[in-house]
Design a protein around this ligand. Sequence first.
Ligand SMILES: NC(=O)c1ccc[n+]([C@@H]2O[C@H](COP(=O)([O-])OP(=O)(O)OC[C@H]3O[C@@H](n4cnc5c(N)ncnc54)[C@H](OP(=O)(O)O)[C@@H]3O)[C@@H](O)[C@H]2O)c1
Length: 347
Amino acid sequence: MQAVWIPKHGDGSVLEVRTTPDPSPGEGEVRVRAVRCGLNFAEVSARQGLYPDAPKPPCVVGYEGAGVVDAVGPGVDGLSEGDRVLYLTRFGGHADCVVVPWQQAVVMPDGMTFDEGAALPVNYLTAFHMLFRIARIRAGEKVLVHMAAGGVGTAALQLCRTVDGVTTFGTASAGKHDYVREHGCTHAIDYRTLDYEEEVMKLTDGQGVDVVLDALGGDDWAKGYRLLRSTGMLIIFGMANTNKGGKRRLLHALVQILKVPRKSWLSFLDDNKAVAGVNIGHLWHEREMLREELMALLELYREGAIKPHIHRVVPFSEAKEAFAELEFGHNRGKVLLRPDDSSPDPS
Ligand SMILES: NC(=O)c1ccc[n+]([C@@H]2O[C@H](COP(=O)([O-])OP(=O)(O)OC[C@H]3O[C@@H](n4cnc5c(N)ncnc54)[C@H](OP(=O)(O)O)[C@@H]3O)[C@@H](O)[C@H]2O)c1
């Protein structure tokens, strides 16, 4: 099998394609020939050495993909050789051959492309989990979505559109505003030139919002908390502010961590506000919950309510370029990796 390896922490130039023997599926597992692998911000952080959950280098990261089942272990229920599936995997995903527990692979709906299949699991599961399990958004609510043009941001905007009358405020650089509007954003805010806190307050007549989805961290969490109306909820799910284009800047990351507000629990009580954390990578023990959410997402896909947007598909041997798209914030929607020998345009 071929995979994209992180031999040591560093910039994009450290990435290497290596060939190793194919793994075999054990009890309850299936082996998938990957056609597309999803790239996530977490893997950029892993390469930079800023993702504590990642295995130590040399390692292969990657949480998701889509492909065809080519071997089935004993005790597998409902999957057979030849099935077109999308899957979640805890690391090892940037490879053309992946073994996963059968519960983490799902047959793709008719008409779904491998691109869409690989783009869906992490981004849409994260957004769905935050909006529908944690915040339980209701008709007419107001939601602030940061990094709105990114993979999770796009998913969150599309999912908010499935609930009547939800107003979304999306932060994105100005060149991406048409894109975020197209995916459901009611008010696009150029956070690079405007103070988004002031903008949201203006747009809501000083009321604030019901939900803030924030994977920025640092002092943005304090801003998000201030932007909540009474009974609102800030959901924290990442620390993208620790990323500073290209290099592993530990001091910069440390400063961002120090900027995280230190709040007393009593303030939540007095303010009637909630703060929740979401880390899908730490929900692996809740396999049934994730599978149920994934099934709900596939139903929304079948209904035409959601559709992953693919920014770019990059071969393994040029993985550095794929990582750079996320690292330097160029992407709109999802960046995917493909094995060098897979078709650029498979059905
Ligand atoms: N906790 C979880 O379970 C979980 C799951 C998935 C993702 N996440 C987190 O969610 C965040 C978004 O992930 P994603 O995969 O959607 O990211 P993505 O596709 O790479 O989106 C990033 C976009 O956000 C904007 N951005 C704003 N501030 C940025 C910064 N400091 N660094 C880089 N980009 C910045 C950029 O667009 P502009 O041009 O508009 O700046 C960029 O295009 C990440 O922090 C990730 O770690 C968490």
